[in-house]
Design a protein. Structure first.
Length: 291
């Protein structure tokens, strides 16, 4: 059994098929997925029904060390309805009900509608995100992905020289407040302090240079705050032009894998206090995760 890779755009985003990731996962298939990710950065698997939580977790573990505990605290968050290896990116609370307007959790989730890279605010960055769709709204809630490798390649030489070596400061609380989240509590702030990240990076596997941006990034280290924020905004606007973007329209059962080191993504709007959206994410990291 060999993986079939069908490009959706010439160099960005592909559909993978020809394998059964629910029952027939092995190291050879995992290596083929990594090869496809190195080229296309976003891979879509459409088996027609959601992977079981067990298969989802097993696939994540084949691709790298995965999260098993929350990486920050949200005041008022209850016990997760999912296994610890899966992040609940849904609008569903611990009682399996749609979150209410003005709940702290739903305001936090709305930050996912800003362009971002998962875990850029953490020193042990995310590599792959594996998002599985169990329920989707009838309207909206697509996900857009931006190819930060192609965006870097398209920058003028002068801009590349200007940004080489710069470091941006990333914080989950910065992006959440941009999206309307209330002032974080002292406990929330202490649970995940800001993290510096190089603005230009080289992606392992492909060896390509890439921009490393996110709405989590607030300013440039060593620059006046406003000047750094303006540069980040300009680069984000450039990198999210239509020629660099793939828009995924979800079906129940879809599994989308993306490389956070060289992409940004955002969810599109939907009526999040009316329609259920049950999506579950396994997240691999660059380095082994200590307890």
């Amino acid at each position: 059994m060999a993986l079939i890779v069908t490009p959706l755009q010439p160099m960005f985003a592909a559909e993978i098929s020809g394998v059964d990731l629910e029952h027939a996962l092995d190291s050879r298939i995992a290596a083929q997925i990594v090869d496809a990710m190195n080229q296309y950065a976003v891979c879509i698997y459409r088996p027609g029904k959601p992977l079981s939580n067990e298969a989802h977790i097993a696939l994540g573990k084949m691709l790298g060390p995965i999260d098993t505990v929350p990486v920050f605290k949200i005041a008022g968050r209850g016990k997760s309805r999912l296994p610890p290896e899966l992040n609940d990116a849904s609008n569903i609370d611990e009682n399996n009900e749609i979150m209410k307007e003005n709940s702290r959790l739903i305001m936090f989730r709305r930050g996912d509608r800003l362009w971002h890279s998962d875990m850029s605010f953490h020193p042990n960055r995310a590599v792959y995100s594996l998002l599985s769709a169990h329920e989707i709204p009838p309207v909206g809630a697509d996900t857009e992905f931006a190819d930060m490798r192609a965006a870097y390649d398209a920058l003028p030489h002068e801009r590349k020289a200007e940004i080489e070596g710069l470091v941006a400061i990333h914080s989950i609380w910065h992006s959440r407040q941009l999206a309307g989240y209330p002032n974080p509590t002292d406990e929330e702030l202490a649970s995940r302090p800001p993290t510096p990240q190089k603005l230009v990076q080289t992606v392992p596997g492909s060896g390509r240079k890439t921009l490393y941006l996110a709405s989590h990034a607030s300013h440039i280290e060593g620059w006046p705050h406003e000047r750094g924020a303006a540069l980040l905004a300009d680069l984000t606007q450039f990198a999210t032009q239509a020629q660099f973007v793939y828009r995924h329209r979800w079906r129940v059962g879809d599994l989308v894998i993306w490389d956070n080191r060289c992409t940004m993504h955002r969810g599109t709007d939907y009526e999040d206090t009316r329609y259920r959206r049950d999506v579950r994410r396994a997240t691999t990291r660059e380095n082994a995760i200590s307890a």
